[in-house]
Design a protein around this ligand. Structure first.
Ligand code: NDP
Length: 249
């Protein structure tokens, strides 16, 4: 019963693909009503159908995390559907991989506006609605191990994720009195369709040699840590950064 989310509402941003899509199903399987949000609503509708087929409950809501008006509209829609979310996973993210001196102002703005401003917009609006509805909650920001270390050719990304780690602590500080917890999940390299070519290349093998566990993460490795932070099992945890990366050197 420690990880049971029955009766809870969980918002997952960036639920249309990858990690967000996978973890939305994890939350639904634990009993939460899932609000699946992203820009590609057709992809969200597919996920909703899948969750319903599992016997779960989910709704698709359009959201651009980098746009304050879209964020407010998303939370208005959640309010109409189910009230306020108890669990918010700020997972939406993007990257531009280009050498430092090739990155443009547009690249920088796109990554920072999505990964950093987006987390701030979503988390603070979530907190406002939780307070309005007189309930506490758990906010989980999906940062990255690149929030604590760096890699080449992703300056905006690694900077945005370091910002997310710091923003998590700042929000945890001010929201604790409202019984709202804010924690960060820092995944290591997660094998997805998008990066499997790179992870299997020579450069990927070199990267692997720096991971004590000698393996990249699977999506399923993130399920337990997410459930810990989402559920009351972590009631006394806030402002923490939880790395899920098979160790690092
Ligand atoms: P994907 O590209 O598969 O998924 C990204 C998701 O974010 C999509 O659902 C996309 O949906 C959504 N998204 C992007 N921009 C916006 C926006 N402006 N508004 C709303 N949603 C948006 O990547 P991953 O699943 O790999 O990444 C998920 C998170 O995990 C990211 O924050 C990423 O940085 C982090 N991460 C990933 C790692 C990895 O190795 N894969 C490692 C560590 C962290 P749509 O386009 O429909 O809006």
């Amino acid at each position: 019963a420690l990880f049971n989310l029955t009766g809870k509402v969980a918002l997952m941003t960036g639920a249309s693909s990858g990690i967000g899509r996978h973890l939305a199903k994890t939350l639904a399987a634990a009993g939460a009503t899932v609000i699946a949000a992203a820009r590609r609503v057709d992809k969200l509708e597919e996920l909703v159908t899948e969750i319903e087929a599992m016997g779960g409950q989910a709704y698709a809501v359009a959201l651009d995390v980098s746009n304050a008006e879209s964020v407010r509209q998303c939370f208005d829609q959640i309010e109409t559907l189910v009230g306020a979310a108890d669990i918010v996973v700020s997972n939406a993210g993007t990257t531009v991989a280009k050498p430092l001196l090739d990155q443009t102002e547009e690249d920088w703005d796109q990554v920072i506006d999505t990964n950093l401003k987006g987390v701030w917009l979503v988390d603070t609006e979530a907190a406002r609605r939780m307070i309005k509805h007189g309930k506490g909650g758990s906010i989980i920001n999906v940062a990255s191990i690149l929030g604590e270390r760096v890699a080449g050719a992703v300056i905006a990304y690694t900077t945005s994720k370091a910002g997310v780690v710091q923003a998590t602590k700042a929000m945890a500080l001010e929201l604790a009195r409202h019984k709202i917890r804010v924690n960060a999940l820092l995944p290591g390299y997660v094998a997805t369709d998008l990066n499997s070519d790179f992870l299997e290349s020579e450069a990927g093998k070199k990267l692997m040699s720096r991971i004590p566990g000698r393996r990249f993460c699977q999506m399923s490795d993130l399920e337990g840590p997410l459930m810990l932070l989402a559920s009351d099992a972590s009631l006394a945890m806030t402002g923490t950064s939880l790395a899920v990366d098979w160790g690092h050197l």
